[in-house]
Ligand binder design. Structure first.
Ligand code: GLY
Length: 349
């Protein structure tokens, strides 16, 4: 088995090699149409929507535009919920999940629990284009990525390793890991211990022909049990589209979306005539109502223990997002300019 290369070497060469593999499986641009392109993404996706619309304007396929957009965040060591720099599982290993959907062909592909590959969304596109399957996981997904020339990278940054080590050393006073000396504990480490990171990036793109493409990519829930797969690589849960209707995706606690096929639900809500805003809010209500039947997902006040956010764009170019609790953000490019907006929550607290 090929070993991951060391980080110093990676900085010089592998970033370029990883970026080069982004083109593997992408289509040639076609003449542009006359529609205004639109892209929506989770709040960490401002650069993603800018890139996606730039490419859509050049005639690139909407899925290729979405993949190039999210690749910026996959390669960003400062985003601790996606790709390189993502927080690891409980063993300190970064495991990535990603999926893509392509409107014109209604194709989809995904990878789950993929290690050592910086751009899992691009690998998911190859699962869609170069196999008869929809989902590859773990070692099989890694071998598939290698077969297509994706370089292996140590995805665990020093920052992510330190946060993980702090979690490991402070989680259980009765285990054999001693807490770190107080003087060595930076304030940011304590901040991390107050929450589980569930960030992710989703990006949906409507191109100049009115065709749709979308991608969702994540390192998943921080400190997850090794092998845990969230909603992001599950078509219908972490993303879904229908080229005649619209596209949607989600971030947040993936289990809620697995239990509700949430992105499918948002798109189906649009299919029966709801505007994206109402489609999203209806889905959030459904999740909030049914999840609390399970005591482990119900707070003492009867609301959900978790948050999820949705991002949706319709075939006509209307877009909206929403979340269960305040704090969610959406990056949007409406064809004129890009910005980050606050999402309307279902509940105030
Ligand atoms: N939504 C990302 C995850 O739960 O893995």
């Amino acid at each position: 088995m090929r070993r991951p290369i060391n980080r110093r070497y990676f900085i010089g060469t592998t970033a370029a090699a990883s970026l080069a593999t982004l083109a593997v499986g992408a289509s040639e641009p076609r003449p542009t149409g006359d529609r205004r392109p639109v892209a929506v993404a989770s709040g960490n996706g401002l650069r993603a929507v800018e890139k996606a619309v730039e490419l859509a304007r050049l005639g690139y396929d909407p899925l290729d535009a979405a993949i190039e957009g999210v690749a910026i965040v996959e390669a960003d060591p400062k985003d601790d919920s996606v790709g390189y720099g993502g927080l690891p599982n409980e063993d300190g290993v970064v495991e990535l999940d990603a999926a893509v959907m392509h409107g014109p062909t209604h194709g989809g592909g995904s990878v789950a629990s993929l290690r050592n590959i910086m751009h899992p969304a691009a690998v998911a596109r190859l699962v869609m284009n170069r196999t008869r399957h929809c989902l590859l996981v773990g070692e099989g997904a890694l071998r598939f990525a290698r077969a297509h020339g994706f370089p292996e990278v140590d995805l665990l940054t020093d920052h992510a390793r330190k946060v993980w080590l702090h979690w490991k050393e402070t989680r259980d006073p009765s285990d054999d890991w001693l807490p770190p000396p107080k003087e060595e504990v930076a304030a940011y480490l304590d901040d991390y211990m107050k929450r589980r990171v569930t960030g992710t990036i989703h990006c949906s793109v409507l191109d100049t022909h009115g065709d749709l493409g979308c991608a969702t990519t994540t390192s998943g829930l921080s400190w997850k049990i090794p092998g845990r797969v969230g909603d992001s690589p599950i078509l219908g849960a972490g993303l879904y589209l229908d080229n005649e209707v619209g596209s949607a995706g989600s971030t947040g606690v993936g289990e809620a979306n697995l239990l509700h096929c949430s992105s499918y639900l948002v798109v189906e809500n649009m299919r029966r005539g709801l505007a994206p805003k109402d489609a999203v809010m209806e889905a959030l209500k459904r999740i909030a109502q049914s999840s609390i039947r399970d005591p482990k997902r119900r707070r003492p006040d009867g609301k959900t223990t978790f948050n999820v956010s949705f991002y949706a764009v319709s075939k006509s170019g209307e877009f909206a997002g929403g979340c269960i609790y305040p704090g969610g953000k959406m990056a949007v490019h409406d064809g004129d300019s890009a910005r980050v907006v606050q999402l309307d929550p279902l509940f105030d607290s």
